[in-house]
Design a protein around this ligand. Structure first.
Ligand code: SF4
Ligand code: SF3
Length: 540
C-alpha cells in the first residue's frame, strides 16, 4: 500500500505498511480501486457525452464512493468490496449506452473476486504515476474531489443538487487518467477544483440553512443529564434529525460529538428537548471519551478511530459513507429513511453518560449571524478595538505538534478575534479568551464546510471597507489541516484569491517540491513556525 492523503502520513512521506489512521493494507488497496473505478466511470461519462440529469444513481454512488475513501471514514473491507462491485456494475451499464469509444483501462478492466481486486488495487495506486509532480497534482485534485464529494453528498441528503458540480467531478476524475495533460494544465485544474469547492460549500450552506434555518448565537451545554443517551458524531444533519425524531419521547437523550456540535446552532434543532448538549472534544479524543459516555455512538461520517476494546466496538454504529468491521451499519431505505431502533434499544439498556466536564461553549457565527452584528464589528475595527481577525479553520488531530494552535490562540494579542470552523476549534473553544465590546474572541461558524461562511464574511467586509482585494483586509489565515475536506477548503480559499495562508502543523506530504514551490510563489502558502515568531509575523 501507499497512502499519503492525510496529515498523519508516516514520516510525512506516506503510509506503506499500515496507516497511522489504522487503515490496513487490504482496505487501502480496495479504496484505491474504488477511486480508480470512479475514474473509469468518469472516462465513460465524459467521452460518451452522457446526459448527467439521467444518471442519478451513478452520480450519487460516485459521491458516496469518493466519500468512503476519506481518511477515517470507512475501514470496512466487506462494505468497500460491495461498493466496488456496485460501481463496476454501474460502469458497465453506462458503457452499454455508448459505442465506439476508446476507453482507458479504468473503464474496461474486469475483476472476479477479492483476490483480483487486491492485485488490481496494487497496480493502480498513487505510485503508478511515475512523474512526481504529475502524481502530486493528480492526488491534490483527487483529495479536493473527495472533500467536495462529501459536502455534495450531505447536500444531496437534504435534496439539493447541482449538476454542474457533478459535471466537474467527472471532468476532473477523467483528467487524472490523462497522460497528455501538462503540469500547467493540472495546476489550472487544481484551481478549478477550488472553484467547484466553493460551489459545493455554497450548495450545502443553502441546503442546511433552507432546511434548518440560519445558525444563531448559541450556548451549548457540555455537561450531562441522568438519562441514558446516544452520542452522534460526524457531519450529517439529516441523520441527526432522524435520530432526534426517533428518540423523541423515549427517555433517551442525544448528545453531539466533534463535528456534530454546530447542529446546536441551527434554529430547527432547538425544538428537541432530548438534544442535550455536546459530549467531549474533537474526534481523536474518542479513545478516552467513548468509555465514559457509556451509551451507543452513531458515526454519520469520519472520523472513526479504530476502537481498542470490544466494549467500545460493540457500542459503535455507522451509517452513510462510514463503516467499521464488526460494527452495525444502518442503511437508508429507498426514501432515505433510516431505522435507528437498534441504537435506541441499546441505549435503553446502558447507563447514562459520566460527566467529564461542565459548562458551555458558544458558537453559531455563520454568515447571517455575523452580518447582523456587522455594525458592531465594523465599529470595533474602525475604532481599533479589533486589530486583526485570524481565520483558524480546519481540522484537529492527535499529533503533539498541534498544541501549537492552543498556544497560538492563548498568546494572540487581546485585540484580535479568531474566526473558526471545523474541528480545529476544539484546540481553543473551551479557553476563556474573553470578548471585545460584546463580540466573543472566538467566533465559531460551524463545521469545516462552514468555512464557506468565513469566506462570505470576508467578502462582505471587503465590500464594507471598500477595498478591492480580500488580501487588504485585516484578516490572517492560519489553517490546520488533517483530511481531504480541509484540502477542498484550502483550494476554495485559493480560488477566492486569498494569499499567504499558513498551513500546519505540517505541509502536505503529497506536495512534491515543485508543486509546493508553485503554491509558495503564487499564493504565498507557508507552513508554521514557533508561536511567537508566527504571531509577530502575522501582526506586522
Ligand atoms: Fe496514512 Fe493518512 Fe493514508 Fe491513513 S489516510 S493510510 S494515516 S496517509
Ligand atoms: Fe474534523 Fe475529522 Fe477534518 Fe470536518 S471530523 S474537520 S478532521
Amino acid at each position: 500500500m501507499f497512502c499519503y492523503q492525510c496529515q498523519e502520513a508516516a514520516k510525512n512521506i506516506g503510509c506503506t505498511v499500515k496507516g497511522v489512521c489504522g487503515k490496513n493494507e487490504e482496505v487501502a488497496k480496495l479504496q484505491d480501486l474504488l477511486i480508480y473505478i470512479c475514474k473509469g466511470i468518469a472516462d465513460v461519462v465524459t467521452k460518451g457525452n452522457l446526459e448527467l440529469a439521467t444518471l442519478g444513481e451513478v452520480n450519487h454512488q460516485v459521491l458516496k464512493s469518493l466519500f468512503i475513501t476519506i481518511t477515517n471514514a470507512n475501514f470496512d473491507d466487506e462494505a468497500i468490496e460491495k461498493q466496488i462491485m456496485k460501481m463496476i456494475t454501474l460502469r458497465d451499464e453506462l458503457k452499454s449506452k455508448t459505442s465506439g469509444l476508446t476507453l482507458k483501462d479504468a473503464a474496461t478492466f474486469t475483476i472476479s473476486d477479492r483476490n483480483s481486486m487486491l492485485v488490481k488495487g496494487s497496480e493502480i495506486g498513487v505510485l503508478a504515476t511515475e512523474n512526481e509532480d504529475v502524481r502530486s497534482l493528480r492526488e491534490l485534485i483527487s483529495y479536493g474531489l473527495k472533500g467536495m464529494a462529501a459536502y455534495t453528498h450531505h447536500a444531496l441528503n437534504i435534496g439539493n443538487e447541482n449538476l454542474k458540480i457533478y459535471d466537474f467531478i467527472y471532468e476532473a476524475l477523467a483528467a487524472t487518467l490523462d497522460d497528455s495533460l501538462s503540469v500547467d494544465e493540472l495546476i489550472a485544474l487544481t484551481l478549478k477544483t477550488g472553484q467547484f469547492g466553493v460551489s459545493a460549500m455554497a450548495l450545502l450552506d443553502e441546503a442546511n440553512t433552507s432546511k434548518y434555518g440560519s445558525p444563531e448565537i448559541t450556548s451549548v451545554n457540555i455537561s450531562v443529564r441522568k438519562n441514558p443517551a446516544i452520542l452522534i458524531s460526524g457531519h450529517d444533519l439529516t441523520d441527526l434529525e432522524q435520530l432526534l425524531e426517533q428518540t423523541k419521547g423515549t427517555g433517551i437523550d442525544v448528545y453531539t460529538h466533534s463535528e456534530m456540535l454546530p447542529a446546536h446552532y441551527y434554529p430547527f434543532f432547538k425544538k428537541y428537548d432530548n438534544l442535550v448538549g455536546n459530549y467531549g472534544g474533537s474526534w481523536w479524543r474518542q479513545v478516552d471519551e467513548f468509555g465514559p459516555f457509556n451509551g451507543p455512538i452513531l458515526f454519520t461520517t469520519n472520523c472513526i478511530v479504530p476502537p481498542r476494546t470490544a466494549d467500545i466496538r460493540n457500542r459503535i454504529f455507522t451509517t452513510g459513507a462510514a463503516g467499521f468491521p464488526g460494527c452495525v451499519h444502518i442503511s437508508a431505505d429507498s426514501n432515505g429513511k433510516k431505522d435507528f431502533a437498534l441504537v435506541i434499544e441499546m441505549a435503553k439498556k446502558l447507563p447514562a453518560p459520566t460527566e467529564i466536564e461542565t459548562g458551555t461553549i458558544v458558537g453559531g457565527f455563520a454568515h447571517e449571524q455575523v452580518f447582523s452584528l456587522a455594525d458592531k464589528v465594523v465599529d470595533a475595527v474602525k475604532s481599533g478595538a479589533i486589530k486583526k481577525f485570524f481565520v483558524m479553520a480546519g481540522c484537529d488531530g492527535r499529533m503533539k505538534s498541534r498544541e501549537y494552535y492552543t498556544e497560538f490562540a492563548e498568546k494572540l494579542p487581546k485585540d484580535t478575534v479568531i474566526l473558526t470552523a471545523g474541528c480545529a476549534k476544539y484546540r481553543y473553544n473551551k479557553l476563556a479568551l474573553g470578548e471585545i465590546g460584546g463580540i466573543p474572541r472566538v467566533l465559531d461558524a460551524g463545521q469545516c464546510n462552514d468555512s464557506y461562511s468565513l469566506a462570505v464574511i470576508a467578502l462582505k467586509l471587503k465590500e464594507v471597507f471598500g477595498v478591492d482585494d480580500v488580501n487588504q483586509l485585516p484578516i490572517a489565515y492560519n489553517i490546520a489541516w488533517y483530511e481531504q475536506k480541509a484540502v477542498i477548503v484550502l483550494l476554495a480559499l485559493l480560488y477566492l484569491g486569498v494569499k499567504n495562508i499558513h498551513l500546519g502543523p505540517t505541509l502536505p506530504g503529497f506536495l512534491s517540491p515543485n508543486v509546493a514551490k508553485v503554491l509558495v510563489e503564487n499564493f504565498g502558502i507557508a507552513g508554521i513556525g514557533s508561536v511567537e515568531d508566527d504571531i509577530r509575523l502575522f501582526m506586522s
